[in-house]
Write a protein that binds this ligand. Structure first.
Ligand code: NDP
Length: 344
């Protein structure tokens, strides 16, 4: 077994903090300020640590590309508006969504504790990551958190014949008694776009039934999807209805762009969807009946009794614990790509 290393420049394994430092340096090198770079770097390192490789360091090239071509503003200062007792709006000012959420976090938690609910409506934002890092910390603070973000036109609505929706993930986090939060986070497309890119890079085929080519014919070729093809929603009309909900909450409600509305054709290198994000917080302390925490544990116990061995997020937490002991593995090629971004 390899040893964990604490230096960012040694070996195949790197500890969390040095990885964040390395990723921060790359983003600063490409025009983000330290505050923004630090938030995105930490988010990216968390995904890599938890084994969410489609949204870990694999995404650094996309962040850098969008920064380099001026599509996203890595120095944007988001503006928060206290819209109502349980509602805050944030204009991300063409910056990343995560700093905008960070700005709203304290206010939203206070609102949720006071009123029982809090909505955060972020517009003018770019989100290229997994959603669980946005909801899990709220559950760590004892709140139920739900979030949706829309992305870019690449998914055909059920019954339609051309792409309109994004891959549009939904994430949900619930606090647990003495345990890590229960979290799920999933694209409403049959597979996320990152998996298509990873398959294309690895020369692998996609599963059947998840995508069509530029002519609308079913395909398992990731290149055919990336070159004019499109994804399908998971579960046919059901995933499509959820994806529609994501468009309406993350963009329609927040004031952001629908996935099909923004035009990045004039920005060679633009890779971060310019849309919106919606977050809803609920404080279960205000719930009636039996304590919510007990009900969560009862349901999990009953699921276990029904034979369920793996809960959503179990895999991530297992990866996290391993990374905390052994460091985060970074392959030689990935490391070379990061070094090139740091120098380039
Ligand atoms: P998966 O299908 O891999 O997983 C979806 C959820 O189900 C996860 O919470 C996962 O937990 C859980 N899960 C997976 N397999 C099992 C199982 N056998 N038993 C129980 N639970 C299971 O996710 P997707 O491929 O749909 O999405 C991947 C990521 O892509 C998400 O993080 C999403 O936010 C991100 N994304 C981001 C977009 C953006 O625009 N920013 C767009 C689209 C997607 P676990 O995590 O522990 O595996």
């Amino acid at each position: 077994m390899q040893q964990a290393h604490t230096g960012a420049r040694t070996g195949d394994r790197i500890a969390f903090d040095p990885l964040v430092e390395l990723l921060t340096a790359i983003l600063v090198r490409h025009g983000a300020n330290r505050h923004v770079a630090g938030i995105i770097a930490r988010n990216c390192a968390m995904c890599e640590r938890d084994g969410c490789t489609s949204h870990g360091i694999f995404r650094m090239a996309g962040y850098v590309s969008s920064l380099d071509c001026g599509w996203v503003d890595g120095t944007a200062v988001p503006v928060i508006e206290d819209a109502a007792p349980a509602y805050c709006r944030v204009d991300a000012k063409n910056g990343f969504a995560q700093p905008a959420l960070e700005l709203a976090r304290k206010t939203a938690v206070e609102k949720a504790r006071h009123t029982g609910l809090a909505a955060i409506a972020i517009r003018g934002s770019h989100h290229l990551s997994a959603l669980w890092p946005d909801v899990e910390p709220f559950a760590g603070d004892g709140l139920i958190a739900f979030s949706v973000v829309n992305s870019f036109r690449c998914t055909v609505p059920h019954g339609g014949d051309s792409p309109l929706f994004g891959t549009n993930p939904v994430a949900f986090a619930v606090p647990r008694q003495g345990e890590e939060p229960l979290v799920f986070d999933m694209a409403t497309s049959a597979i996320p776009n990152g998996d298509v890119q990873i398959a294309a890079r690895a020369g692998q085929q996609l599963p059947g039934g998840v995508a069509v080519d530029a002519n609308g014919a079913p395909t398992t070729d990731p290149d055919a999807v990336l070159n004019g093809g499109a994804l399908l929603t998971f579960g046919g009309h059901k995933g499509s209805a959820l994806s529609m909900m994501v468009e309406l909450l993350a963009a329609g409600l927040t004031g952001g762009h629908f996935s099909h509305e923004f035009d990045w054709s004039g920005h060679d290198g633009a890779q971060t969807p310019h849309t919106g994000q919606f977050v809803l917080l609920i404080d279960p302390q205000h719930a009636g009946g039996r304590p919510f925490g007990d009900r969560v544990e009862t349901l999990i116990k009953d699921m276990r009794f029904a034979g369920v061995q793996r809960l959503p997020a179990d895999r991530r937490y297992r990866n996290r614990r391993r990374a905390e002991q052994q460091g985060i593995h970074i392959g030689v090629e990935e490391r070379a790509r990061l070094d090139a971004l740091l120098e380039g």
